[in-house]
Design a protein around this ligand. Structure first.
Ligand code: MN
Length: 300
């Protein structure tokens, strides 16, 4: 069996000095199944008058998957959706061929704790029509002292409602008291565990908060030891067939996919539509990395 690979988070600035810890993509591990991006925000208390204010920006080739633990975020997109994202719900925006959105705190000066993930779309779905779906009711159950919520995919006899396009799993694990938990794994899946609150014991190895424990394929079971108040994100999926190229907010299967999307955004092309009344500031894409050298493309 492959040893656990411990992946350290790095800080990323979402603007206005709002720092998040990013563990995917990473030099050691770019994806877990189709999960290709993982940011952990908070838990934090914004100062009065401060909050999250992410201006209009485009996406292609992916689904944005928002899992809020504390706080309320207003999502607006170029399909005309305006949705308050609340804890215990999954909000899934399918970018497909192209969409744009803004994400702002519903009220400034409040708490925020969230995981923001992206799911890469497989080649046959990368250019699908954009969509936004909200799933307020999710399979939820107790196992010993832990409460588990199925965010995506199937686990034992349960199935999450989120419309996804490749074999994936996402489970939120929370416990008030110190607990032990045995998980059943699919040996064809690779997995990752991210402790959001507290440390985590994985088959006897201690993983720090915000450290991503990557588990390759071939495992059938896992033993978790959770301290009181722990919160853990458990992700898995069938390894993605084709390596994706990620740049800024775009996911594609070649430089042409990315360059076309970047040009369309810079030109204000109808491909991405308009968010709200169009007066929201638009984020500026950084220059493509392969114009001035051959650095590997990484998201901003
Ligand atoms: Mn976004």
């Amino acid at each position: 069996m492959n040893p656990i690979v411990r992946i350290q988070p790095r800080n990323a600035d979402l603007g206005d000095g709002m720092l998040v810890r990013r563990t995917l993509p990473n030099r050691q591990q770019r994806m877990i199944g189709a999960w290709c991006f993982l940011d952990h925000a908070g838990p934090l208390q914004f100062e009065p008058g401060k909050g999250m204010h992410v201006g209009a920006h485009p996406h292609i080739g992916l689904q944005t998957f928002t899992w809020l633990i504390e706080g309320e975020v207003l999502h607006r997109d170029s399909l005309g959706n305006e949705q308050v994202i609340r804890p215990r719900q999954v909000n899934l925006m399918t970018a497909g061929h192209g969409t744009a959105h803004t994400e702002v705190s519903l009220r400034d000066g409040e708490r925020l704790h969230a995981a923001q993930l992206w799911i890469a779309l497989p080649p046959q779905h990368k250019d699908c029509a954009p969509a936004f779906d909200q799933y307020p009711v999710l399979p939820r159950w107790r196992d010993g002292g832990a409460e588990l919520t199925l965010l995506a995919g199937r686990y034992r006899q349960r199935e999450a409602p989120a419309r996804i396009h490749s074999p994936l799993l996402g489970i939120d694990i929370a416990c008030e008291e110190a607990s032990e938990l045995a998980l059943e794994l699919d040996p064809g899946f690779e997995y990752g565990l991210l402790p959001l609150v507290g440390k985590l014991g994985v088959d006897g190895e201690i993983i720090d908060t915000d450290e991503l424990a990557y588990l390759g394929k071939g495992r059938r079971k896992l033993h978790l030891a959770l301290p009181a108040g722990a919160r853990v994100l458990f992700l898995g999926g069938e390894p993605f067939d084709e390596p994706v190229l990620m740049w800024w907010n775009f996911v594609g299967f070649g430089k042409a996919d990315i360059a076309q999307a970047q040009a369309a955004w810079e030109q204000g092309d109808a491909r991405f539509g308009t968010v709200g009344d169009g007066r929201t500031p638009r984020l500026v894409a950084p220059p493509l990395p392969w114009r001035d050298g051959n650095r590997e493309a990484r998201p901003a």
